[in-house]
Design a protein around this ligand. Sequence first.
Ligand code: CUA
Length: 316
Amino acid sequence: MNALEPQAPQAEWIANWFWLTVWLGVASFVLFTGFVLFGTWRAHRRNQRGEVNELNPKTGQNLVVFGGVVVPLVMIAVLLVASTINDRAIARTGRTEDVLTIEVRGHKFWWELKYRDALNPHREFRTANEIHIPAGKPVRLLLESSDVIHSFWVPSLNGKVDLIPGRTNDIIIQANEPGIYRGQCAEFCGVQHAKMAMLVIAHPPAQFDTWWETQLIPHGRPGTAIEQKGHDVFMRNGCGTCHTIRGTDARGKVAPDLSHFGGRITIAAATLPNNSGHLGGWISDPQGIKPGNYMPAVPLSGDDLQAVIQFLLGLR
Ligand code: CUA
């Protein structure tokens, strides 16, 4: 999460702009501090020599005009031109016709994702919190919100854009290299704003296509006996009224889609690593981990909990 280590063309423009403002600021500081120090030193020396130490009014006037008007105007003009060029470059980079489009919907306190396929709606699917993209290619995110204003920000890839209820914004993200880039909700949206993170996972393009194909496979019958038991516990306890698992009776729409959940790196909007320990803790006491989120605690026996964990981690 470092905007000063850009991993995308858009983030490079932003970092360049930042360094331009910093170095202009440093230059003006050095220039004016130099003037003051030099003037003080000269006056001191004149005093020591017993010379008359009066500032020529004309020189004083010139200094004020130069330091107070000319230099600031030049700096502001440079920043204005650079900012315009920068903004246009960021707005245009990666805006091609056939760009991959993902709908991103902000919820308290997680990210719903829908992968679009304009040519074949059967290839569309939903997932949550981990945005897989092909490296080196621009991806367009359509940003919407279900409740309050959130803000999408992956500092190493691009700037931030708000998700506003009732309207659709967009942003282009593009990762130069395969890798994992962390992002964070950047607009205070409630008690768990800080734990509303997301990952952008950039794959080599061929690997990305494989990932997409995998997402389209609906979940079949659970493999092992314990996974079957976990499936039954999941359905019996009403988890499917909020969550969807494609290929099962779980079709809830208010909570993250858990299809292929076992392939995710994190849980609870990139709050914790996805492993059996954290997942068990989350299911048993989500309010202890993220107080104020909408997941209720599900009281399960130890055996049932283990079975649900195995079932969920087996969804690959
Ligand atoms: Cu969502 Cu802050």
